[in-house]
Design a binder for this molecule. Structure first.
Ligand code: HEM
Length: 303
């Protein structure tokens, strides 16, 4: 029997609701013990674990991970936010999610402080040809040009001879805050120009302007091509602010880095149309550890 070596939730449909928990490492001396308890509870399906910054620096493993290091231009659009561990809790039941989040914060509290909690949901999701079609809160269909079939696994999951690497994944999370007032006032045409697709039927327009989001990020237009597996979810808070938790998985950070560089105008000075109605709150580079024989495994920590 083929056992799944990756965190299976990465490739699954989005749940109706989710909570993202962001943590900073505060007590390094308790890390080993806390990670041991955590690994027992992360099933990779209802809970996805990503490790970043200080935790990755302590792991004795040669992954494609490196911390997010914005250029000067990128820093203006996306301030650096320290984050050493993220949990993506996925469940259709918000009560279950709440209790799960409380439990994980308690388990991690001896070594980590929870620095942000984002509640996520889906928007206008419906089934089409046996698959779920999701929307961003701006009204656009999101995920259309995601890889299909086996390409999903081959894009998102690392294959390696090293058991600590095989089945792992590089994960980028970027929290975007939308300007809903702008979106309310803007004409349909103005919004469509920024994305390059129709709000009514998602068709791709010909002759998109250079600022159009899908023109900036067209995956085959990079050399080498820059394919990623996107699993983003809308987020909202109690003040009714919200946006998108952009989330992508790949074998390394190359697809995100080249696409993002183009989005912020590093190549030609043209900024992606998205920035007209949204801004970035935080960016996280993370590494999702793999499973061996049904158990999440981590290499030893330094020291
Ligand atoms: C507020 C944040 C964002 C929103 C609302 C958004 C929305 C969208 C929408 C509506 C599409 C068209 C449908 C589709 O193919 O999914 C799209 C495509 C895409 N987006 Fe984004 N996006 C955001 C951020 C990003 C970021 C940060 C990246 C990567 C750095 C990115 C990469 C892509 C890619 C690769 C495509 C498909 C392009 C293609 O090959 O045609 N997006 N996005």
């Amino acid at each position: 029997m083929n056992t799944i070596k990756y965190q299976s939730g990465i490739l699954k449909e989005l749940p109706k609701s989710a909570i993202y928990l962001f943590f900073r490492l505060t007590h390094k001396n308790k890390l080993k013990q806390v990670l041991q308890s955590l690994l027992q509870l992360v099933d990779g399906d209802s809970t996805i674990l990503g490790l970043g910054g200080k935790v990755m620096a302590l792991l004795q493993v040669n992954t494609p991970y490196h911390p997010y290091t914005p250029t000067l231009k990128a820093q203006k659009l996306t301030p650096k936010a320290d984050c050493d561990l993220v949990l993506w809790l996925r469940d259709n039941d918000q009560g279950v999610l709440t209790h799960s989040a409380r439990r994980f914060i308690k388990i991690l509290q001896d070594a980590f402080v929870c620095s942000d909690i984002a509640r996520a949901c889906t928007y206008l999701t419906h089934e089409q040809n046996g698959k779920l079609v999701n929307h961003d809160l701006s009204g656009f269909e999101d995920g259309t040009e995601n890889p299909q079939g086996d390409d999903q696994f081959n894009t998102a999951i690392i294959q390696s001879d090293d058991k600590f690497i095989d089945g792992s994944s590089c994960w980028v999370i970027q929290k975007w805050l939308h300007d809903f007032d702008w979106l309310d006032k803007a004409s349909q045409h103005a919004k469509e120009e920024l994305i390059g697709r129709s709000l009514d039927d998602n068709r791709e327009f010909e002759n998109n302007k250079p600022l159009a989001h899908i023109k900036r990020t067209a995956q085959e237009s990079f050399e080498p091509e820059a394919f990623m597996w996107r699993r983003s979810m809308p987020w909202i808070n109690d003040q009714l602010n919200g946006g998108l938790i952009f989330s992508c998985f790949a074998q390394d950070f190359y697809p995100f880095e080249v696409q993002f560089a183009r989005m912020i105008g590093e190549e030609d000075g043209i900024i992606d149309g998205l920035f007209k109605f949204s801004k970035i709150i935080s960016t996280q580079f993370l590494w999702c550890p793999p499973f061996v024989k049904g158990k999440l495994i981590l290499p030893d920590l330094v020291g």
